[in-house]
Design a protein around this ligand. Structure first.
Ligand code: BG6
Length: 489
């Protein structure tokens, strides 16, 4: 029988990441994380923000400077939106909105400040106990990301971060503490946010100081391999420690159309999909390195070091669900002179002449989401979860203390209709968490003024402002969607 639309119990949610929202830098015994060290100068103009903050690479000197500087002015990710203190009022807003799931990440450096301690930090555990308790009291399910880019910076400085297999052991210890303490309360686990980030944002994805590597590609893919192993070990552990484990794999989904029906462009799109998307999900969901990567690695001079047992571990520990972020689509072409626009998450993207662009310049493509959902259903036959999606743009608070964000409503509408159609196509989509449901510091430009929320937060790029929260027009629109389970779009 054909599906009719969103199934009963569909998860409608919102998502944030601890490093972009929490603040509370060094409070409650928190250690310094890799994301706490990303530098920003509020006097930079837009061009410099784009060049210096977006896709910023790190250096050892930069890290050391950041660690010595105890302030927050030049480190917006240390400030966030003060979710650390304000979460009870934010959760009250989420409840009013009707969210039935909330995705946030756990800060490793709150649980193990340096990553290599013997015992966890009790204050950090208490914070999450309280936060998760508050969510559950408000009837909201928990979707917890275990690492959303940030790891204790000590692991990079003293162990080489993900390059070193020892980091996997530290990670497993951290995860076992999480399972022990929150195994009963968290509903969905995600070991890694966007495990394919290494390629488009190396510091974020694998905390690697690329410029200090002799063979950066080798180091990068070895880090990714260690994350795959870590991911599989989490699944192995979950089978021992959790009653009903739901462990997901996630990528930033770069769906890419061939620019023309020239066979060269089609082949380019097949390869772009393989190298940027499928490789990562194939390892996590099918349990093995796909054959097409051999040629790719050979060309780059990369030889992944497998240890004995790695292959079996990957094969026997595949994910329970597949999730992804989806912001816009891309265009694949072998024509270097193809017109460009700016992308979201990527520095530059080939322009798709059939799509409109938003104020910031990225293209909007709801139908692409329907195609992506169908492709992932076909390939993996696993429950699917849209872990991030939304529209980031500049906006101002009106005199009447709201934002008339009709552009966000139409973005959501287009993407929700696409999800509904995909479900009718037969896709097993179980949930959706809108990215930056409440305005947070953006991860690329490190600014407050690239906003995704249905809730406005009164902070500017310097961290000035009241911090008050205000409901945008999209708040009321999304609330109605949730109330009607997507019937009214
Ligand atoms: C995703 C990340 O890649 O994109 C988020 O998981 C990030 O952390 C989001 O915030 C949007 O990017 P940006 O740069 O607009 O914050």
């Amino acid at each position: 029988m054909v599906n009719k639309g969103f199934p009963k119990g569909f998860l409608w949610g919102g998502a944030i990441a601890c490093s972009q929202a929490d603040g509370g830098y060094r409070e409650g015994g928190k250690g310094i994380s890799t994301q706490d060290c990303r530098f920003f100068d509020p006097n930079w103009d837009e061009k410099t923000i784009y060049e210096r903050a977006y896709f910023s690479e790190m250096s050892t000197a930069g890290l050391k400077r950041a660690i010595e500087d105890e302030g927050t002015l030049n480190y917006p990710l240390r400030r966030g939106i003060d979710f650390y203190h304000k979460y009870p009022q934010d959760i009250a807003l989420f409840k009013e909105l009707g969210l039935n799931v909330f995705r946030t990440s756990i800060s490793w450096s709150r649980i193990f400040p340096n990553g290599d301690e013997q015992l966890p930090n009790g204050e950090g555990l208490k914070y999450y106990k309280d936060l998760f308790g508050e969510l559950k009291e408000n009837g909201i399910k928990i979707f917890a990301t275990i690492v959303h880019y940030d790891i204790p910076v000590n692991l990079v400085l003293n162990y080489g971060g993900w390059k070193n297999r020892k980091t996997i052991d530290f990670f497993l210890k951290y995860v076992s503490v999480l399972f022990e303490n929150f195994g009963e309360i968290v509903d969905y686990w995600l070991p890694f946010n966007e495990i394919n980030a290494a390629r488009f944002a190396t510091w974020d994805g694998v905390c690697l100081i690329k410029e200090e590597e002799e063979n950066a590609e080798q180091a990068l893919y070895q880090c990714v391999h260690h994350q795959f192993i870590a991911n599989a070990k989490v699944i192995e552990l979950s089978k021992k420690m959790l009653k009903n484990p739901m462990i997901g794999g996630m990528i930033a989904r770069f769906c890419s159309y061939p620019a023309t029906c020239r066979p060269e462009d089609f082949l380019q799109s097949v390869q772009d999909e393989q190298y940027s998307n499928y490789f990562y999900l194939d390892v996590m969901a099918r349990g093995e390195y796909p054959k097409y990567m051999d040629r790719f690695f050979e060309k780059l001079g990369v030889e992944i070091q497998f240890e004995e047992g790695d292959e079996a571990l990957l094969k026997n520990n595949t994910v329970d669900f597949v999730s992804f972020s989806y912001y816009s689509s891309q265009v694949s072409t072998s024509d270097q002179s193809w017109e460009k626009t700016c992308g979201n998450l990527v520095a530059e993207a080939n322009l798709n002449p059939y799509l409109k662009t938003n104020k910031i310049g990225w293209t909007i493509d709801g139908l692409g989401l329907r195609s992506v959902l169908n492709q992932l259903e076909d390939r993996y036959r696993l429950p699917l979860f849209v872990a991030e999606n939304g529209l980031g743009t500049f906006e101002t608070l009106e005199k009447e203390l709201t934002v008339h964000d009709d552009y966000r409503i139409s973005y959501f509408e287009e993407h929700f209709k696409a999800m509904k159609e995909a479900i009718i196509d037969g896709v097993n989509l179980i949930g959706y968490t809108a990215w930056g449901i409440i305005d947070i510091v953006s991860c690329g430009p490190l600014t407050m003024d690239k906003r995704y929320g249905v809730i406005y937060v009164d902070y500017d790029n310097r961290g000035n402002g009241t911090g008050n929260r205000y409901k945008k027009d999209s708040f009321y629109w999304y609330k109605n969607v949730i109330e009607t389970n997507g019937e009214e779009l």
